[in-house]
Design a binder for this molecule. Sequence first.
Ligand code: GTP
Ligand code: SPV
Ligand code: MN
Length: 598
Amino acid sequence: MLTNNKNVLTWVDEMVALCKPAEVVWIDGSDEQLQSLRDEAVKTGEMILLNQEKLPGCLYHRTAVNDVARVEDRTFICSSKKEDAGPTNNWMAPAEMHAKLDPMYDGVMKGRTMYVIPYSMGPIGSPLAKVGVEVTDSIYVVLNMDIMTRMGKQAFENLGETSNDFVRGLHSKANVDPENRYIVHFPEENTICSINSAYGGNVLLGKKCFALRIASYQGKNEGWMAEHMLILGIENPQGETKYICAAFPSACGKTNLAMLIPPAIYREKGYKVWTVGDDIAWLRPGPDGRLYAINPENGFFGVAPGTNEKSNPNALHTTMKGTIFTNVAINKANMTVWWESLDKNPPVDAIEWKGSEVNGPEFIAEGNKLAHPNSRFTAPAENCPCVSPEFNNPNGVPISAIVFGGRRAKTAPLVYQSFDWRHGTFVGSIMASETTAAAAGAVGVVRRDPMAMLPFCGYNMGDYWQHWLNMGEKLGDKAPKIFHVNWFRTDDEGHFIWPGFGDNMRVLMWILDRCEGKADAVETAIGYEPKPEDINIEGLDDVTIDTIRGLLSVDKESWLEDITREGTGIEAFYAKFGDKLPAEMRKQLDALKDRLSK
Ligand code: GTP
Ligand code: SPV
Ligand code: MN
């Protein structure tokens, strides 16, 4: 036992009585303890040791074929009132859910070890950090939590001996049975229960479950915000750094933007980009009235496919040591890893993500993928070549701009700015994006995904929008400016028009110039757009000012159609919220329709 905190001890006792493990191990976070767990996982085959010369400290893990992504249809918010979960969450009454889950957990760890993991979301000692305790029967979870959080007995120092303010997380992989898989949140009980999965977002309970679903609910009650946002800093040649938060849905480019390498024209002038976070931001007004952000995580759980020396060298270098790879392919010849678009040489002696030995090039030629599209790396933030010097700053970094974005083949332009915070809240609320492999289900279908929080808001999304409006009132003229971007417009052949990746910096520069009052804009029906000549295209081969003009064009008809379309339009979406839709959102929608109809 690593703590005298009675609340923790009582809860762990209850979990032990319920799950009946053969043994209980408290995770202190020491190197010796972690090394013996790695050794054990390699011995039992749960993890595979990779080439320790080329990839020191790196391990490989393969999940069950039916267990490769978040399961939104099996994720529940169990608030006592249904309307507090809202129309976008699955709900069940807490007592009913407990009655369903308790028998499933009863004796589930018989013959297994229960690991008790104390962890801090946020830097130890930060006034913005919060403590969680996860019990699990999976070594994979322990080793991932070690990378993703500040894990070990230090987390209990933050909690003290009497506090009850910690999030309880109960996880068992059980039989990894998809029919009985549940990811359940009890916001009013500070509790998360996960069963029958062993995949990242379903089982690393500090991440989406705590740092977004539970934390968003806490933030509403305590006057702060938990958001699905990256945090990056742009340092100018004078050494001043400005910070931007950006919310894009899963697998829509947060990790890539957070670690971008500036184009040569900016690098040569001395601009630098610093990564504070790639997935989650906790935001709170600071003593000076500005909005400050911390990244509650300590590592990156990133999408592997698409990561390469050209698209994201910083991410690639981050994964070269102390990293866990999940569901990528193995190059058997030298026990290294491979995934689609890592390079043009898929291994001949390959083990594809499901575990069969195949000839890589032939396997791909037959139309297969060597790595699962949602295969991931879990890598320590400290490995990242561009990790921000402010990464561990307990007070966070001040935010100049908030950027929303999604994958839209047609409607949304490259970038626009909202008229003000309220309009910006509206812009976030009408976000939509094509679905990706990060969640189970169809890929490429447009769905509404407000603030990229559709799968992650732990309470009624209508109340969430009201909370955004309230935060704007509180911040007043110190509020960050709000923008919307789209890197994913396609031409008639379906190719992306905008080069994206590092070149997204060109758009961020216009955004920062707007924040500092240095750039002009054109007022349009949807918001302020750049003058095409204000997006710097110097050094880009295939992009002309006409390309930019095209990327900024707004087709009013398709915008109106996006509002009124039956089933998936904005009006149909808003209608789901009934009285919970803030009047301001309705007002903003009517005003947009008016402007588009002119
Ligand atoms: P989560 O971890 O699921 O929250 O995803 P994420 O938002 O961090 O997405 P990530 O940066 O991992 O990118 C997902 C996919 O989008 C990868 O395949 C990238 O190669 C691709 N991608 C990222 N940025 C761009 C871009 O600017 N343009 C294009 N065309 N693709 C991009
Ligand atoms: C996402 O899906 O947004 C992720 C991966 O960041 S997971 O941890 O599975 O949620
Ligand atoms: Mn994410």
